[in-house]
Ligand binder design. Structure first.
Ligand SMILES: Nc1ncnc2c1ncn2[C@@H]1O[C@H](COP(=O)(O)OP(=O)(O)OP(=O)(O)O)[C@@H](O)[C@H]1O
Ligand SMILES: [Mg+2]
Length: 255
């Protein structure tokens, strides 16, 4: 099962990814979290793990990956970084953090001024997700950067579902419409997850999303999550809403 988590900046994508990862583990799953956000360095902390080395290093680093892309450009899309499908057992230990339960791979981060765009990361992430094979007890959660650039890069192409995190903002509601449209064009189901809600804004969000975009879960605004985020602590505790969400995903995607 492969799920891509998306949403506007700061809506809670990485928090929801971390909570879901823990919930899947609790329910007997092995979880691979793929960090495709080249700008933020926080997901590993939210998961309580070390930051792994850039996965691009396995293929020679960003420059080498970029050069292979450029060489292949005349035959668009012909460059391929994998010669056989991978299972969880094939993941290179040197580029993983975590262990039993949750494993984390970070495709690549921006480290230096002027190092160039992140196209190489996007292409590798898309191929990596497409190349992974999962069994019924494994899930891959891909955390994305804010916005919808990742749709342009094709990150969703090999996912089973898109999880759209919606915080109480007009921007999020607008983005939800766009994500529904983009996911629909790829034939991917979208699970809308409200985050940081209270009674009144939850009602407004549900009404605005309407029957066309049913809400799979609503996670309340939680001061302890906000404080953990501020301090850079791991996301801890259990959320009844996330447990419900994980059950919905397990039931509908395993079917
Ligand atoms: N339900 C919640 N209640 C309170 N605070 C929350 C909740 N969910 C997330 N936060 C806080 O909101 C902030 C942003 O969360 P997070 O980093 O998960 O968002 P993001 O969408 O991944 O951001 P980015 O776009 O920068 O990657 C963090 O400080 C986090 O602790
Ligand atoms: Mg994030």
């Amino acid at each position: 099962m492969k799920i891509v988590i998306c949403g506007k900046g700061g809506c809670g994508k990485s928090t929801v990814t971390s909570l879901l990862a823990r919930s899947f583990v609790k329910n007997g799953f092995s979880v691979l979290v793929i960090d495709t956000d080249e700008s933020n360095f926080g997901l590993h902390r939210q998961l309580g793990l070390d930051l792994p080395p850039d996965f691009m290093g396995y293929f020679g680093g960003k420059k080498a990956v970029g050069e292979r892309m450029v060489r292949a450009a005349p035959n668009r899309g012909a460059v391929s970084f994998f010669d056989k499908p991978w299972t969880f057992a094939d993941l290179p230990q040197a580029y993983l953090s975590g262990g039993d339960g949750v494993k984390l791979i970070a495709i690549g981060k921006i480290h230096e001024a002027g190092e160039g765009c992140a196209c190489a990361m996007g292409m590798l992430a898309k191929q990596f997700i497409g190349n992974m094979r999962t069994n019924g007890n494994e899930v891959i959660l891909t955390d994305t950067e804010a916005g919808i650039e990742h749709f342009g890069r094709g990150i969703e192409e090999h996912a089973d579902a898109v999880l759209m995190v919606v915080d109480p903002s007009c921007e999020s509601l607008k983005l939800a419409e766009k994500v529904a449209e983009l996911s629909g064009s790829l034939g991917k189901p979208v699970y809308f997850v409200l985050n940081k809600v209270d009674g009144s804004n939850e009602r407004y969000l549900r009404n605005t999303l309407g029957a066309r975009h049913p809400v799979a879960a609503a996670i309340p605004a939680d001061p302890s999550l906000a404080l953990a985020g501020l301090r850079g602590d791991p996301v801890a505790g259990e959320s009844a809403a996330v447990e419900d969400l994980s059950r919905v995903l397990r039931n509908s995607l395993a079917a």
